[in-house]
Design a protein around this ligand. Sequence first.
Ligand SMILES: O=C(O)[C@@H](CO)OP(=O)(O)O
Length: 219
Amino acid sequence: MPDKNLLVIIRHGQSTWNCDNRFTGWKDPPLTAQGIMEAEKAGDLLADKNFKFDLAYTSALSRAQKTLDIILDKIHQKDIPVTKDQALNERDYGDLTGLNKDDARIKFGVEQVHIWRRSYDIAPPGGESLKLTAERVLPYWKKEILPKLLTGKRILISAHGNSMRALIMSLEGLSGEEIVSRELDTGVPIVYWLDKEGNVVQKEVLTHEIDEVLVNTKP
Ligand SMILES: O=C(O)[C@@H](CO)OP(=O)(O)O
């Protein structure tokens, strides 16, 4: 049994709605060409460092699943078990879903939109706060993923900005106020090593620069 357990988490590559600056939540837009390239780069970085995984987890949304597929292809591990669960979905943006974020600022005011996006426990109308998101992500993590990690399984999770914020909050022992100001880039793997009690003992962010893709990704 290893004395350090490997967990890598990643926010999906850029989606078409990220590119269009729209609230996305549980909607299911695909990756852009740039998003595909980000996922490929993430896979290359993991391959360069010889990371191997026993299990992978992703959400019920295709942008996270596609990012995972691309990475697994790059590291020649398309055969490992992949569990898809909506517990790892992006935070539900409720009535804001689909709105352009700048249009929402004009309609509701800059301050109100910031509160909906980055307060811990204030939910947008009809949607989830980060706190509510954490209340579905963390039980799933504790019941389904962490026990396997602690038996030595090397685990990769491909999910979303806010569902991964909820997990990072727990892993790094951050408060709700501390985690809301943490921005996660698309397609950047974050490597954690956990001890046998599940405490993080080491962390590395595998940042990469990619050239902007100068193609029109819209239909
Ligand atoms: O639109 C969304 O679903 C999320 C992630 O892209 O946006 P935000 O960063 O505003 O929480």
